[in-house]
Design a protein around this ligand. Structure first.
Ligand SMILES: C[S@@+](CC[C@H](N)C(=O)[O-])C[C@H]1O[C@@H](n2cnc3c(N)ncnc32)[C@H](O)[C@@H]1O
Length: 263
């Protein structure tokens, strides 16, 4: 049987997103600013690599709808008033929340603490916003950009009640070790933003990085180990299992927590 040509008018097509956005046009209207502060003002070794990760429709929806309520752009141009942002509760900064499941859990479990969570990873920001909405969290802010700019330019001295860095990128190749976040210069900066007595809590499943963390933290004059034996700490109950940790455990990696107090 021969096919007759289809003479019906073409069905209307859904509007498509243009492939090239004009420079400076936001990727998600109402969502995070397109260029996190710092990327244009200085050349510096970074602890992250820009990634072109796929953002799901649900994450786009969350970024567009919820950024105004929970989001915070890191523009490096203003000092934040944490009391105003969090209503006067002590504030803990988490650097590198990934997909944010553990972050949302911690904010849910401890409503008396404000959690300022920063990452550059757009899908994770969308995911965390959606989790914040689902749980109705009022003690969480999701920041987009480089944590170094946030710490250095936007947080007042001694303003943080704690700092959490869970499973930072391990940068295993020797030539990339300089990208690791936990180094003496980072600790110098972190020490200025932590209040006396505040705890810096790191965790990693990468043994050589754990050793480096223990070495530089132990050597730093403004931090002291909360473990009297000067060693790694058991995982505190308040730290949920994170996504990266789960992947490390599946590979048989041992996980180390380090809890050091700002003296
Ligand atoms: C290996 S992932 C771990 C994510 C999560 N903590 C977990 O355990 O599942 C590290 C995360 O840190 C983020 N990151 C690295 N350096 C950062 C920086 N300077 N500022 C903000 N985020 C950073 C990366 O984008 C990445 O999402």
């Amino acid at each position: 049987m021969s096919e007759s040509p289809d003479t019906r008018p073409a069905a209307p097509t859904a509007p498509t997103t243009p492939l090239h956005r004009p420079k400076g046009e936001p990727r998600f209207p109402g969502g995070p600013a397109p260029d996190p502060a710092g990327s244009h003002h200085e050349r510096r070794i970074r602890s992250f690599q820009p990634r072109r990760s796929r953002v799901t429709a649900g994450q786009v929806d969350a970024l567009e709808r919820l950024w105004a309520q929970w989001g915070l752009d890191i523009d490096g141009l203003r000092v934040l008033d944490l009391d105003q942002l969090f209503g006067g509760v002590p504030v803990v900064l988490e650097i590198g929340f990934g997909m944010g499941e553990a972050t949302a859990q911690m904010a849910t479990d401890d409503p008396a603490t404000g959690l300022l969570a920063v990452d550059v990873h757009t899908p994770g920001q969308g995911n965390l916003l959606a989790l914040a909405e689902r749980a109705g969290l009022t003690n969480l802010r999701v920041a987009n950009g480089d944590a170094i700019i946030l710490l250095r330019e936007m947080l007042p001295p001694a303003s943080l009640a704690g700092l959490r860095v869970y499973f930072p990128d391990p940068w295993p190749k020797k030539r990339h070790h300089k990208r690791r976040l936990i180094q003496p210069e980072f600790l110098d900066l972190a020490a200025t933003r932590l209040a006396p007595g505040a705890v810096l809590h790191c965790a990693t499943d990468w043994e050589p990085y754990a050793e480096q963390m223990l070495e530089v933290l132990t050597a730093h004059p403004e931090f002291e180990n909360t473990r009297p034996n000067g060693d790694y700490a058991p995982r505190p109950a308040f730290r949920p299992l994170t996504r990266f940790e789960g992947q490390g455990l599946d590979k048989g990696h041992a996980v180390h927590d380090l809890l050091f107090r700002r003296v």
